[in-house]
Design a protein around this ligand. Structure first.
Ligand code: GAL
Length: 683
């Protein structure tokens, strides 16, 4: 299944491709194969005039690149690349594995993806091939290798995007099942006993006698073994990651000074983002207006959720130190439940939101509105006539000229004020916690990502830089580390947390943490006790309430409601009790504790409040205790720094007056920031 490439990944720093002085590059998708070739020159000329610096080709063009098996045609793409270069546009190429040509699916139907209910996907759309099919990989690699050979040493091509929004497939293709068994044999060292122990198969006669009896778990079958599902999800994420790794290695055999990335959908708990180590960095796609999208106020659906881009920035950037945004909508989309026009200014606001997180490029989807096919109603930078610039196109033009103006004033990427850097906070994230909790929620109204967002939202109101990090990272560089609902843990992790605190770190752990081992089993010890020596507490019990009759927690005389999860704590001798339950038969018992340990502190928040206000007040109290100065930005206003610039964004439905620091030089906007407005000043 794995192609013998035999190459070591190079790990050049992103500085090799992206320069501080450029701040960010802006590009746009173009599909030469959709348009009459006589229009290409006109289109690239206009693209350049609007200020775009790169374009993006060949994403779904396998049928044009390899019209019949083994017969390649790159002549049309050569002409497109040359014309783009004539208009000063660099090119990002794509591997087009999301759309195999019809000859491939008809000749080799075994490559088709099979869904859990047995439906086999077919030609006529996209993303219907199985990443677990060795034959599909082989055919993909042949095409990719030819493409990389042809363009790898072409200075007009700056980078590569693999596939399109590669997802974890949950594919029931027979080849996936065989590969799953191999994955398990390998993981459990060929010991079926070890697998039976890990999956707890003594329960309900689920025991296996050989690996060959194991199938891909039917996730929709009631009560399916969730330990097995946990392993299946690990396997499935691994299949996608391997496919991308192998594509990347293949391209790097030929690529000279070209980067390789892919365009992930930021589905954080899907579990594969960050897992393909051979990518040079990760990129994401983001759509903001598509119907009901949690914006602020009556017209909020035209602006979008204020933290949707910020969260993606803070999740993607720490993975490899930089990131790009591969797709950002220029106007209406075609696939939402309702597809409204964005508010005038919103497209530019999103562009600045991407920039604020420290990105190296942003690319918009797409240049021209298609005249046929699934995405007919999707806006472009120009409309259906191919020449009239859309309102979103104008906002791109404005953003690009503003960036060019800022380039004259840039400083190094890391020039940021001390008070901002001092409040840097990490959120420890492992998608496996979400996988595990979501199969056994215990309270249908619990949301793992919603729980994490309550902390994130508060940190953004503090004006704090946030990094989502995984356990691979060194915790010690972060003054505060929050591990929300970190359900799956082991002694090693608890020891690392303890050392972090002992050495001066400030750790915040929240409810549901360390209750299970990495297989999803409870420990043969008092419930939740793995962290007792760290938190100083023990847990008496936990309670779950109905949303219509929430419980109350009290802190410093203020009351907060909760219902999804509440742990009733028994505090240790040196624990300070910060909040207590104010109802029920555990009235007065602790819900939140804090203690000093070694040179650091540990805060334990055993409850998940209804609206996040308790979490906000606890973090305020903690940062005050730690003497970390924070801001108090209203929801909808965010502020970040990069390259010596402060970027303040207003997603709220009213103007926001920002207090400029003395000496600030305003470069874009003004201190009163209107809805969808942007303020940039130099520090
Ligand atoms: C993205 C996808 C693109 C295009 C776009 C339309 O999810 O990656 O190929 O379909 O949606 O909004």
């Amino acid at each position: 299944m794995v192609l013998p490439i035999g190459l070591q990944a190079q790990q050049p720093s992103s500085k090799q491709w992206f320069k501080d002085k450029d701040l960010t590059l802006t590009g746009v998708y173009y599909y030469p194969e959709h348009w009459d070739e006589s229009q290409w020159n006109r289109d690239f000329k206009k693209m350049h005039e609007l200020g775009f610096e790169f374009t993006h080709f060949a994403e779904f063009a396998w049928a044009q690149l390899e019209p019949s098996e083994g017969k390649y045609d790159f002549a049309w793409l050569d002409r497109a690349v040359a014309l783009a270069a004539k208009h000063d546009l660099k090119v990002v190429l794509c591997t087009s594995t999301a759309t195999p040509p019809v000859w491939l699916s008809r000749k080799y139907p075994e490559i088709l993806l099979r869904q859990e209910d047995g439906t086999v996907l077919d030609h006529g759309a996209r993303q219907h091939a199985s990443f677990a099919s060795p034959l599909y990989r082989e055919l993909s690699y042949k095409m990719i290798e030819r493409l990389a050979e042809h363009y790898g040493n072409d200075a007009r091509v700056i980078g590569w995007q693999l596939d399109n929004e590669p997802a974890v497939q949950f594919d029931y293709n027979p080849k996936a099942e065989m590969a799953f068994r191999d994955f398990l044999r390998n993981k459990y060292d060929n010991s079926i006993k070890a697998l039976n122990d890990a999956w707890g198969t003594s329960f309900w006669s689920e025991v296996y006698t050989t690996f060959d009896e194991i199938t891909l778990p039917k996730t929709r079958q009631m009560f399916m073994n969730h330990h097995q599902i946990l392993d299946y999800r690990r396997f499935a994420a691994g299949v996608t990651n391997d496919f991308l790794n192998e594509q990347s290695l293949l391209i790097k055999k030929y690529a000279k000074n070209q980067w390789v990335t892919t365009n992930y959908i930021p589905n954080y708990d899907e579990g594969h983002i960050g897992g393909s180590k051979e990518l040079d960095f990760v990129s994401y796609t983001r759509y903001m207006v598509y119907g009901d999208n949690e914006g602020i106020g009556r017209r909020g659906y035209r602006v979008g959720n204020p933290l949707r881009i910020a969260f993606a920035n803070d999740f993607f950037r720490p993975i490899q130190g930089t990131y790009g945004v591969m797709e950002l909508q220029p106007g209406q989309v075609n696939w939402g439940s309702i597809n409204p026009q964005p508010l005038p200014g919103a497209v530019r606001l999103w562009l600045w939101s991407v920039f604020a997180g420290g990105s190296d490029f942003v690319c918009t989807y797409r240049y021209r509105q298609p005249l046929y096919g699934t995405e007919q109603y999707h806006y472009g930078i120009v409309g259906t006539d191919g020449v009239t610039v859309t309102p979103g196109g104008r906002e791109y033009q404005e953003f690009i000229s503003e960036v060019k103006m800022l380039r004259k004033e840039f400083s190094p990427r890391d020039k940021k004020p001390k008070d901002y850097v001092d409040r840097t906070t990490a959120i420890l994230f492992n998608h496996e916690n979400a996988w595990s909790i979501d199969r056994q929620k215990q309270n249908a109204t619990w949301s793992t990502m919603g729980h994490i967002e309550k902390y994130y939202r508060t940190l953004k109101s503090f004006g704090a830089p946030v990094d989502f990090i995984t356990e691979e990272k060194d915790f010690s560089q972060y003054p505060v580390l929050i591990a929300p609902a970190y359900q799956l843990a082991d002694k090693d992790l608890v020891e690392r947390w303890t050392n972090y605190v002992q050495n001066g770190g400030n750790l915040v752990l929240t409810c549901r943490t360390a209750q299970k081992d990495r297989f999803g089993r409870l420990f043969a010890a008092p419930f939740g006790s793995l962290i007792n020596n760290l938190t100083g507490n023990s847990m008496d019990f936990y309670d779950l309430l109905l949303p219509k009759d929430p419980g109350v927690v009290e802190m410093a005389g203020k009351k907060y409601t909760w219902n999804t999860w509440g742990e009733i704590l028994i505090p240790g001798k040196d624990s300070q009790v910060w909040a207590t339950y104010a109802q029920e038969f555990y009235d007065g018992k602790p819900a939140v504790t804090f203690r000093k340990l070694g040179k650091g502190t540990i805060t334990y928040i055993g409850v998940d409040s209804t609206d996040g206000s308790l979490e906000a007040d606890i973090l305020k109290k903690l940062y005050t205790t730690l003497n970390i100065p924070v801001m108090d930005l209203p929801y909808g206003v965010t502020m970040e720094y990069r390259n010596g610039f402060a970027i303040v964004l207003n997603y709220s439905d009213e103007p926001y007056e920002f207090t400029l620091p003395t000496g600030a030089k305003v470069l874009i906007g003004s201190a009163v920031i209107p809805t969808a407005g942007v303020l940039v000043y130099k520090i």
